[in-house]
Design a protein around this ligand. Structure first.
Ligand code: CDP
Ligand code: CDP
Length: 222
């Protein structure tokens, strides 16, 4: 079988991973994995089925059984379109609280790897380059300072017709950063061979161009 190339994009919340991963995948004609969506789907499943979030074995089992389909920007769970539902703040919050649990991470591991299909995969998350695809061909650690990230999150909320509480958004971001970096299992940290890219003062286009340039450089090396 042919080895399928992977570009891993990890980083803190709102650094632009999802946006950049989708654009890079579109440019290359590759598949994309939004791994955060899987954690959100697990959180949604817990809420929707009244599963005790502290019963981590039950959470992991439910996550294993999820019937998920990603098509063209739409996320389907057991035939229901949950794209918008899983984007809700309280779902993301529970996802972030469940994410440290090793049995849940284990339940989602093979599922994430199954996205590695020809001609290639761009995967974004927290542990794509460290745990899920340690042999990724290119690893990006996408950063941005917390103020820029808070502004981006507020802008996204405004685009969805909501009125953001900027202080609350900033506080929530800091809390998520802490939970993601502080956990024992698959903490947020750059892989040893990751390229750090700070997007604080870059546009989306500049960031995508920077990733593409690293990819072309990588191709010339192999
Ligand atoms: O996936 P992650 O949480 O890292 O971020 P996202 O959901 O892609 O959100 C990032 C937001 O910041 C999007 O609204 C982008 O348009 C914006 N943005 C960016 O991603 N990169 C920049 N260099 C500038 C802005
Ligand atoms: O809401 P936010 O953009 O921070 O996160 P997301 O990418 O939608 O993922 C939801 C939550 O799942 C995050 O807060 C992370 O704690 C967790 N996650 C993870 O632990 N590992 C991943 N590979 C992706 C997400």
């Amino acid at each position: 079988s042919v080895r399928v190339p992977v570009i891993a994009i990890d980083g803190p919340t709102a650094s632009g991973k999802g946006t950049v991963a989708a654009r890079v995948a579109a440019e290359l004609g590759w598949h994309v994995l939004d791994s955060g969506a899987l954690y959100r789907l697990a959180a949604w499943t817990v809420l929707d089925n009244n599963i005790n979030a502290n019963d981590i074995a039950a959470v992991a089992l439910a996550a294993r059984r999820m019937q998920i389909r990603f098509d063209d920007g739409q996320i389907m769970l057991a035939g229901q379109d949950v794209t918008e539902l899983i984007r809700q703040e309280h779902v993301g919050n529970l996802a972030s609280r469940l994410a440290p649990a090793a049995p849940l991470r284990e339940a989602l591991l093979e599922r994430q790897r199954a996205f590695r299909q020809p001609p290639g995969l761009v995967a974004d998350g927290r542990d794509m380059g460290t745990v899920v695809f340690p042999d990724a061909d290119l690893k990006i650690f996408l950063l941005a300072d917390v103020q820029s990230r808070a502004q981006r999150r507020c802008q996204q909320l405004r685009e969805r017709g909501l009125v953001p509480d900027e202080q609350a958004v900033l506080a929530d971001l800091k809390e998520r950063d802490f939970r993601d970096t502080d956990r024992a299992v698959a903490p947020l940290k750059p892989a040893d061979d990751a390229h750090q890219l700070d997007s604080s003062r870059l546009t989306v286009e500049d960031t995508v161009a920077a990733v593409m340039s690293l990819w072309h450089k990588r191709l010339r090396q192999s």
